[in-house]
Design a protein around this ligand. Structure first.
Ligand SMILES: Cc1cc2nc3c(=O)[nH]c(=O)nc-3n(C[C@H](O)[C@H](O)[C@H](O)COP(=O)(O)OP(=O)(O)OC[C@H]3O[C@@H](n4cnc5c(N)ncnc54)[C@H](O)[C@@H]3O)c2cc1C
Length: 493
């Protein structure tokens, strides 16, 4: 009988857990090392007194990918988790109007007619055209690109006309919608990748399409429950999960990875090592100096990284009658975006996202109270802000904005628990390189074969999962990265 492959996984975020639970199911001997006391990484749970929050992801898209990876691990997501498809999906709050997009095409037409009279027929065109793009492009995200020849695959060749080369997401969709605010309603999703709609490649029109076609889901208890369940499935599949166990370095024999060195100095060997820790952080901290060429710390300085997020998690002793998700746009959204990505400053007039899940889910806070999370997209640590000096002032400005234009007029009086995370905290506490919460940007020069590859090109027996590798940042693509790596390691398709 063939000996089971020994696979070590650095990090129990969504990517690492996906790979671990599937490899465990397929008979590999898997050990996961996680530096934090809990699983989930950026998808972990935050608890303040009796209030429970998602640290990061709150939108579950393409639920079918989650269902697929659970099935690969021998589990059924519907049995283990309770989902709710949100309709309307979210509220978009502009300075002069607000829209609540829905996946019901007729209702969406009426909503566009109400907010942008005369443009109601644009939505059908968008769905038809972008549906075709999705059908061609999505299969390209399901496979690895570790060989140059993979760029000549039939799927990718068929997808070529759909790449919208030379067009930004905003340019492409403004072609249908023509009104700047309506166009923003279908392009702000570039922020899910931590990018500007004016720089994000047009092919990412598949993201608003995915929302409008497949919908957005909440998971009762928070999206962090997904990672918790994955850890349970992995353990049931024989995976050994070590919490509070940081990896200090990869154990190398030349350019071949033999295992890991733990923080306490212990060496653990394996046949294969999967890195789920933030890619750039791992390259700078887990690989001995001088080994890397393409992704050395010096070369990483020249790569492009996503924006960051300034976070407030608030336990509130009332429930605001606000939707589950609200995006509040800066009056001058383009200026705000430009200041995030080019100016490196925290805008006077900023956009923000309010997560108010207690309106849907009463398990997150004591009765009659709510767990509110605010996310403000902002410059990463390459910008000019000294977060230690400015955090308190920025927090106050965010609370002002919530009270004045965020639908929570008396918020300060009702806060009973609070936690703040700045870009500096993302880097220092969560090992996120440059506080760039959505990893390397998704420009053509950092995608597919040109993104750090699932079979890592710099080291042997080393594999990458998570937002920093192919197919990219965002839960469905991260789950897909875990499945791709599990397939490559076990030689499955
Ligand atoms: C604020 C925010 C909001 C987001 N919202 C959404 C959303 O709504 N929908 C969506 O689809 N995506 C969203 N994302 C993006 C993405 O889905 C998440 O960031 C996701 O958690 C990333 O998963 P990952 O597998 O790449 O790694 P991570 O979640 O970063 O996990 C990596 C793990 O590695 C561990 N680790 C690091 N270094 C070491 C070490 N040396 N030794 C051992 N362990 C180590 C970390 O502690 C962590 O647990 C959001 C991200 C953020 C930050």
């Amino acid at each position: 009988m063939q000996k089971a492959k020994r696979v070590l996984v650095v990090g129990a975020g969504p990517g690492g857990l996906t790979a671990a639970m599937i490899l465990g199911k397929r008979g590999c001997e898997v050990e996961v090392f996680e530096k934090q006391p809990q699983v989930g990484g950026r998808n972990a749970r935050v608890t303040l007194n009796n209030f429970h929050f998602d640290l990061g992801p709150t939108f579950l898209m393409l639920k079918e990918v989650l269902d697929k990876v659970f099935a690969e691990a021998g589990a059924k997501s519907e049995k283990l988790l309770r989902f709710k498809r949100l309709e309307p999906m979210y509220r978009l709050q502009f300075d002069d109007r607000r829209m609540e997009p829905t996946t019901d095409c007729e209702a969406m037409k009426q909503e566009i007619a109400r907010c942008f009279p005369g443009r109601e027929n644009t939505c059908e065109r968008f769905l038809a055209r972008e549906g075709a793009r999705f059908a061609r492009l999505y299969p390209c995200l399901e496979r690895p690109y570790h060989k140059l020849s993979s760029m000549l695959s039939l799927n990718l060749l068929k997808a070529l006309p759909h790449l919208a080369l030379g067009k930004s997401l905003y340019d492409l969709l403004n072609g249908y919608f023509t009104d700047p605010k309506l166009s923003l309603s279908f392009t702000f999703q570039a922020k899910y990748l931590g990018m500007s709609p004016w720089e994000c490649p047009g092919l990412f029109a598949i993201i608003p399409y995915i929302e409008h076609h497949f919908g957005i889901y909440h998971v009762f208890g928070g999206l962090n429950r997904i990672s918790e369940k994955m850890a349970e499935i992995a353990t049931a599949n024989g995976v050994k999960l070590h919490l509070n166990t940081p990896v200090r370095q990869l154990l190398l024999d030349g350019r071949s990875v033999r295992g890991v060195v733990l923080q306490d100095g212990r060496e653990v060997t394996g046949d294969e090592v999967i890195i789920n820790a933030d890619f750039a952080h791992a390259m700078c901290n887990l690989v001995p100096t001088g080994v890397l060429r393409k992704y050395s710390p010096e070369r990483l300085k020249k790569k492009r990284f996503s924006c960051s997020t300034f976070m407030l998690y608030l336990g509130v002793n009332k429930i605001y009658p606000m939707p589950h998700h609200t995006i509040v746009f800066a009056k001058d959204y383009r200026k705000n975006v430009d200041e995030i990505f080019n100016g490196g400053v925290f805008s006077e007039d900023f956009s923000f996202y309010v997560h108010n899940p207690s309106i849907t889910d009463d398990s997150l806070a004591p009765a009659g109270q709510s767990a509110v999370y605010i996310l403000v997209p902002c410059t990463n640590l390459r910008g000019k802000v000294d977060w230690t000096l400015e955090a308190a002032d920025i927090r106050n400005r965010i609370l002002d904005a919530l009270e004045n234009r965020g639908g929570m007029p008396d918020l300060r009086q009702h806060i009973v628990a609070e936690k703040m995370i700045t870009p500096q905290n993302w880097q220092d506490d969560c090992n996120v390189y440059a506080g760039a919460t959505f990893n390397l940007t998704h420009n053509f020069s950092q995608m597919l074969y040109l993104r750090p590859r699932n079979r890592f090109e710099e080291l042997q027996h080393c594999w990458l999962v998570g937002g920093g590798t192919h197919p990219g940042s965002g839960l469905p693509t991260i789950y897909q990265s875990g499945l791709i790596v599990a397939n490559l390691i076990t030689g499955s398709n």
